[in-house]
Design a protein around this ligand. Structure first.
Ligand code: SF4
Length: 69
């Protein structure tokens, strides 16, 4: 799973970093959220998904990856 914050949509509500502090951080200059690492480790996917849902601006894009078989 990958996540990406659309900076044009983000309004700096901070919820993503509160819900998933290991996945999202806030920039000092404008308080906007960003993904610390676009690739989310498996053990953080649940909290990342929760953060995607909690963003009031729907600024976080969740990119689901399918495992090749
Ligand atoms: S919750 Fe959404 S609007 Fe708020 S900082 Fe995170 S990405 Fe931006």
């Amino acid at each position: 799973m990958k996540v990406h914050v659309d900076d044009k949509v983000c309004q700096g509500h901070t919820l993503c970093a509160m819900v998933a502090p290991d996945v999202f951080a806030l920039r000092d200059e404008d308080g906007h959220g960003y993904a610390i690492d676009g690739d989310v480790p498996a053990d953080l996917e649940d909290s990342a998904t929760e953060a995607v849902r909690s963003c009031p601006e729907r600024a976080i894009e969740e990119i689901l990856q399918r495992t090749a078989r």
